[in-house]
Design a binder for this molecule. Structure first.
Ligand SMILES: Cc1ncc(COP(=O)(O)O)c(C=O)c1O
Length: 404
């Protein structure tokens, strides 16, 4: 929908949003009216270099042509029908996802947090059925982030952080250990623990990739103790980290992996993939969703995956990630650059406020996010070039210089 078609001014649209929407977001002061490839355009047609991609969603570029065509085709054929009949996009996507990432079965949801709910439910049901009623405990990482529904919030190892404050008690059955500390994870497990659940790269926690030793050690420990390794790849999945899934960077396989964001090319979709054995915990009636596996989202996801794989955007994520990180490291006040592919975090020294850098960048038409006090995070579309990276580095440098 374009502003010109509505008869309203930009200020009138913003006023309607402020008046009628329950606001939990700190809004930028522009309307994102259109978007194409690595740019978002405001109501005046001015372009913003998009280094957040709808928060790691538009990985094959904003409004990717093949994704748009797939959506249009599916909308004409069947928008929605619930999950009792088979649908063609669901079946084809299931085969595509499972065979591409080497997992056995998929269950569709609508978002990242819902995918994590399904992952937690499946792990608990598997544990209780296989070992007995107390085997439902899950160890997750401190400073992790898994979403904003109660199970996912409770799995988020940041007790008392913003997303949990004011909502009363979290769900029982989780405990937390410091990320990348294998011994602490082992120590946190009891005879009632059924699973360890982590992000391969902590995104919201400041862009901290798992070390090889940690990931392989967790896999080994889970195998030795009849426990499941659950990976939240909502943000890292589908080519962002230089491999199709981040777990491929470590040469291991999870028992269940969750995904969302980039999978749908901009359409809402979430999913879990599990091994055959673990997937049997779910049977008719044990879990369900009205919209999960929506035909339009699945059709979009098929086109998105085709684009990601045929253009080797995982390869580009690796190449551009390394290039971008090396350039960012040369900026003044940078304490550390952390990245896996194009999931990139820059931590500044204590004199630089990350939120102010973010605002400085947005004023200069570069879209990024801030996390914590001194860190910015960038998750651009995976189609970006060295020229885009150079432009972003130059704008970030200007924003930082304006604060020093
Ligand atoms: C690692 C991770 N898990 C889960 C979520 C929640 O996903 P959604 O916002 O689609 O519910 C996010 C969102 O940022 C995430 O980064």
């Amino acid at each position: 929908m374009k502003l010109a078609d509505t008869g309203y001014t930009a200020e009138e649209i913003k006023a309607k949003a402020s008046k009628y929407m329950i606001e939990t977001y700190e809004r930028f002061n522009f309307i994102a009216e259109t978007a194409k490839e690595q740019y978002v355009y405001d109501e005046n047609g001015e372009g913003y270099l998009d280094f957040y991609a709808g928060i790691a969603v538009n990985s094959a570029g904003n409004c990717n042509e093949k994704v748009v065509a797939a959506i249009k085709d599916q909308v004409e054929d069947c928008i929605h029908t619930f999950n009792y009949p088979y649908t063609i996009p669901q079946a084809l996507l299931a085969e595509k996802v499972c065979t591409t990432i080497g997992m056995d079965k998929i269950f569709y949801q609508n978002s990242g947090t819902e995918a994590n709910e399904a992952m937690i439910k499946m792990a608990r049901k598997y544990g209780i059925e296989k070992y007995g009623p107390n085997r439902y405990h899950i160890v997750t990482a401190k400073m992790g982030f898994h979403g904003r529904t109660f199970g996912a919030m409770s799995a988020t190892g940041q007790p008392g952080n913003g997303c949990q404050i004011g909502f009363g008690p979290m769900t029982y059955g989780f405990s937390y250990a410091p990320y990348n500390d294998l011994q602490a994870f082992k120590d946190a497990c009891t005879e009632n623990t059924i699973a360890i659940m982590i992000e391969p790269v902590q995104g919201e926690g400041g862009v901290h990739p798992a070390t090889m030793e940690f990931m392989k050690g967790l896999r080994e420990f889970c195998d030795e103790n009849g426990m499941l390794l659950l990976l939240d790849e909502v943000q890292t999945g589908w080519c962002r980290t230089g491999s199709v899934m981040s777990f491929m960077n470590y040469g291991i396989k999870p028992d269940i992996v969750s995904m969302a964001k980039a999978l749908g090319g901009g359409m809402p979709i979430g999913a879990i993939c599990a091994t055959e054995e673990v997937s049997k915990a779910f049977s008719a009636g044990s879990h369900g969703t009205t919209f999960g596996g929506h035909p339009v989202s699945c059709a979009a996801a098929l086109a998105q995956i085709d684009e990601l794989l045929s253009r080797d955007l995982a390869g580009n994520a690796k190449k551009m990630g390394d290039y971008f990180a090396s350039k960012l490291a040369t900026l003044p006040h940078v304490k550390e650059v952390r990245h896996q592919g194009l999931l990139v975090g820059v931590e500044f020294d204590d004199s630089i406020d990350g939120v102010e850098v973010k605002h400085g960048c947005i004023d200069r038409h570069l879209l990024i996010t801030a996390i914590g006090a001194h860190t910015i995070r960038m998750v651009p579309p995976l189609i970006i070039t060295e020229a885009d990276c150079d432009k972003a580095v130059s704008i970030i440098g200007e924003a930082v210089a304006a604060l020093s």
